[in-house]
Design a binder for this molecule. Structure first.
Ligand SMILES: Cc1cc2nc3c(=O)[nH]c(=O)nc-3n(C[C@H](O)[C@H](O)[C@H](O)COP(=O)(O)OP(=O)(O)OC[C@H]3O[C@@H](n4cnc5c(N)ncnc54)[C@H](O)[C@@H]3O)c2cc1C
Length: 486
């Protein structure tokens, strides 16, 4: 077995791993990137980009179908599903190409292909397909191994008709029908897009969960918007059996109902890729999913020379978070080569999450659950706007959904928001920027609002929460125990 000695070893060449590599290289030339799979990142190959490409095609079909409401009469669209998938794949390949170019620009001697496992805190064993195993001694190691779809074992009954997001983006044409399990972020995006492209979609959920929401009012409003968009939509379905038949997958549900679909799409969540890394050889603090617990500001795992970043960290599985965490982890791995005491806090931004469904869904800062966990009920205020009668939303016939904003009593500080509604991706950015600037509701209301825009709806919600706020020292004192003013 050959051996390699490096200052920093990074496991995984996704978004987090590439960011970690660039940051570590600022401190030392001795860095190695290890990749077990294909280069190109989850985001570009099977995540953010192909899903948005599919949604773009679906939106085009939807707009044509609904143009008559504006007095614009169009023929019902004909979906050429081969052409749809061709564009998804060719544009996807273009995005992947950019990643491959950036990987190619990395010095070949900094790259190792193979599957890495820990022997101890500073030693990895890399299993290589076409070569003997490689032992890597590294002073610092960054785990950036991403995540993979996870689903309950009984889905296996669908046999070869069980698919995950990765498989969908390999289809050459669209099937006639699918059952999507999991109306979460990925399930809603893909399920709605497929439905708008003419696929009959049945959507099965458990426990009432929908999208990223914790606020029951916003969830109810989103539920209302999605109900009726699918052949079947139940966020709390009772699935009795799944069976592969000669016709496809037969699903029995709700005590007597039955549907036969071409594919079962599992969108029931993702699990961090840390279960096969040999972590049992180390003594790391682990969370309830057996993921190493890292300080979110330094990405260091306990006091060890190991850092973790991206989806693998089980913190916030989003692209920009993977990039930020990778940068912090790589920077700290490189800067702490002499002493782990040199590890520093990096920039963590205000939380923002967007789902590209219609209506779009978004969460910013503290979600409703975080707020009610932290504050007594009289120490925070809620304001809201329904988009039903919001001027610009009605003009565009996008008038559905609800935005709720949360603020701290006493200080008037904006805490967070949950939203289902038009152009939520843009409202979410305004709100996230205000959150990171630690703005108060009165300060946000002092900002300019054009007319007629959807942001006027945001202003209505801000005015509403403002009317429910009591500012000043008396309330700050009363709510001090909840952390108001801190
Ligand atoms: C369908 C879908 C849609 C999404 N849409 C969005 C979106 O709109 N916006 C957004 O912000 N996020 C979105 N995401 C999430 C986003 O794609 C991820 O958060 C991000 O790609 C994670 O990057 P990463 O670097 O952690 O992991 P990855 O890019 O998965 O990289 C991990 C790498 O590690 C390698 N690896 C794993 N184990 C080993 C090992 N033992 N040895 C060597 N190499 C190993 C893997 O082969 C892989 O290349 C979406 C995800 C999906 C699935």
């Amino acid at each position: 077995m050959s051996t390699l000695s490096k200052d920093v070893a990074i496991i995984g060449t996704g978004t987090a791993g590439l960011a970690a590599y660039r940051a570590a290289k600022e401190h030392t030339d001795s860095v190695v990137l290890i990749e077990a799979g294909v280069y190109g990142t989850t985001c570009a190959r099977v995540g953010c980009m192909p899903s948005k490409l599919l949604i773009a095609a679906a939106d085009a079909a939807h707009e044509i179908r609904h143009s008559h409401a504006f007095g614009v009469i169009a023929e019902p669209p004909k979906i050429d599903s081969k052409a749809v998938m061709q564009r998804v794949k060719s544009e996807r390949d273009r995005f992947v190409g950019f990643v491959l170019e950036s990987v190619d620009s990395i010095d070949e001697q900094d790259r190792v292909r193979g599957y890495a496992r820990f022997i101890d805190n500073t030693t990895l064993l890399v299993e290589r397909q076409d070569d003997e195993d490689l032992r890597i001694d590294a002073k610092r190691i960054v785990i950036a191994t991403g995540s993979r779809p996870s689903y309950p074992g009984f889905f296996q009954a669908a046999e070869d008709r069980l698919v995950v997001n990765d498989d969908i983006f390999e289809w050459d044409a669209l099937p006639s029908s699918v059952a999507v399990f999991g109306p979460g972020v990925i399930g809603l995006e893909l399920g709605q897009a497929l439905s708008r492209l003419g696929v009959e979609v049945s959507m099965f959920g458990v426990g009432g969960a929908l999208g990223p929401f914790t606020d029951p009012e916003v969830r109810a409003s989103a539920h209302q918007a999605f109900a009726g968009q699918f052949r079947y939509f139940n966020t709390d379905a009772q699935v009795d059996s799944i069976e592969r038949t000669s016709e496809g997958v037969k699903i029995r549900y709700d005590g007597g109902e039955e549907v036969i679909v071409d594919y079962l799409v599992a969108a029931t969540g993702r699990r961090p890729n840390v279960d096969n890394l040999g972590l049992e050889n180390l003594e790391l603090p682990l969370d309830e999913r057996d993921v190493p617990i890292a300080n979110p500001y330094t990405m260091q795992v306990g006091q060890t020379p190991i850092f973790i970043a991206g989806d693998a960290s089980n913190q916030i599985p989003l692209l920009h978070e993977a990039a930020d965490q990778g940068k912090i982890a790589g920077d700290n791995a490189g800067r702490s080569l002499k002493s782990l005491a040199d590890v520093r806090s990096g920039l963590r931004r205000s939380a923002i999450g967007v789902v590209f469904s219609d209506p779009q869904l978004a969460t910013v800062g503290m979600r409703y659950d975080d707020v009610v966990k932290r504050y007594d009920r009289d120490c925070f205020a809620i304001g809201e706007v329904s988009f039903k009668n919001q001027g610009r939303s009605r003009v565009m016939l996008k008038n559905q959904g609800l935005l709720r904003v949360y603020a701290e009593q006493g200080t008037g500080m904006f805490l967070g928001a949950e939203m289902a509604g038009p152009r939520a991706e843009h409202i979410a950015h305004l709100l996230a920027w205000a959150h990171q600037q630690r703005m108060t509701i009165p300060q946000m209301l002092d900002m300019p609002f054009y007319h007629p825009v959807i942001e006027e709806g945001l202003r209505t919600a801000l005015r509403d929460v403002n009317a429910n706020l009591h500012l000043g020292k008396a309330l700050m004192d009363r709510c001090a125990e909840c952390g108001v003013g801190s």
